[in-house]
Design a protein around this ligand. Structure first.
Ligand code: BEZ
Ligand code: FE
Length: 300
């Protein structure tokens, strides 16, 4: 392990890590080292650039708070969250509705609301009715499935951004009825810029990217024995629907509200009907990529 060259250094590291008892840790770290070394050789990385990268990652960590997870944001803008989601979807025993990013604004313990309630407690704007049914893959209703919802207000802001974590708004937890049906009132969400005031924003701007997400409503849907579904519905007329900064949009998740819908359980509001399908669970799994930031820090 002396007299290393720009190529033999990789083998030296892999040899030293070769005794790792945990086989998965050995595989993951081995691959990471190989790819990182290839990357450094590929771009001919300079000491200054490497120090700059270390400074950047230090800032990313220092920007994290109980309500802000800058590392998740970094993973999102690099497409890693979307990729891990896609890889996770491939492991499903049964494919249900497409998944999408959880994002950094999910909060546990949102208020439990009754079917038909509005999730807008402290915000105003154009209203929207969202309704549908939660079923299994074959269309069998999943009685009393849980539907957690969160979104921005009509100005494109999440409650944690507006109220600094002191007040919840534009989020709620619903229990479907015995036929797996749900409906709730909300405000038409607005697309928004991901938080750009930290190191991730500096990178996004340096890359000439707009940093925006199309308007969407997040859902986390669960039923006993079924794979938890983390997804979102995207408004098709948003100008960023085909250039989402965090790569969360897929065609089946794009919606267009209807002004008149004879089937809507509440009349007089633009409405969206969306039926969610859950695949059966493989056991102990979670579909979440990203998490409640407070929970991540709580585990540290
Ligand atoms: C969100 O949809 O809430 C989100 C996802 C990734 C980055 C920022 C926001
Ligand atoms: Fe969002």
């Amino acid at each position: 392990m002396r007299d290393l060259t720009t190529t033999s250094v990789t083998e030296a590291v892999l040899t030293q890590m070769g005794q790792t008892p945990d086989p998965r840790l050995k595989q993951v770290m081995g691959s990471l080292v190989r790819h990182l070394h290839d990357f450094a050789r590929d771009v001919n990385l300079t000491p200054d650039e490497w120090l700059q990268a270390i400074g950047f990652l230090t800032q990313v960590g220092q920007t994290c708070t109980p309500t802000r997870q800058e590392f998740i944001l970094l993973s999102d803008i690099l497409g890693i969250s979307a990729l891990v989601n896609l890889l996770h979807d491939k492991t499903a025993v049964e494919i249900g509705t497409e998944s999408s990013l959880l994002g950094p604004f999910y909060q546990q313990d949102a208020p439990a609301l009754a079917l038909g309630d509005s999730i807008a407690a402290h915000s105003a704007g154009p209203e929207l009715l969202v309704y549908g049914q939660v079923t299994d893959k074959s269309g069998k209703p999943l009685a009393h499935a849980s539907v957690q919802v969160w979104q921005t207000d009509a100005d494109g802001a999440y409650d944690v951004q507006k109220f600094d974590g002191t007040q919840m708004d534009m989020r709620g937890n619903f229990a479907c009825d015995a036929d797996g049906r749900f409906h709730f009132r909300t405000l038409r969400p607005l697309g928004y810029s991901i938080p750009l005031d930290g190191p991730v924003g500096t990178l996004v701007r340096a890359q000439g990217r707009h940093g925006c997400r199309p308007a969407h409503i997040h859902f986390l849907i669960g039923a006993e024995g079924y794979r938890e579904l983390v997804t979102a519905l995207y408004l098709g007329d948003d100008k960023y629907v085909d250039s989402d900064t965090v790569f969360g949009v897929s065609t089946p998740l794009v919606i267009t509200p209807r002004d008149v819908d004879p089937d809507a359980p509440v009349k007089g509001l633009p409405s969206v009907r969306y039926d969610f399908r859950l695949g059966i669970a493989a056991g102990g799994e979670t579909g979440r990529v990203g998490a409640d930031p407070a929970q991540i820090l709580a585990k540290v």
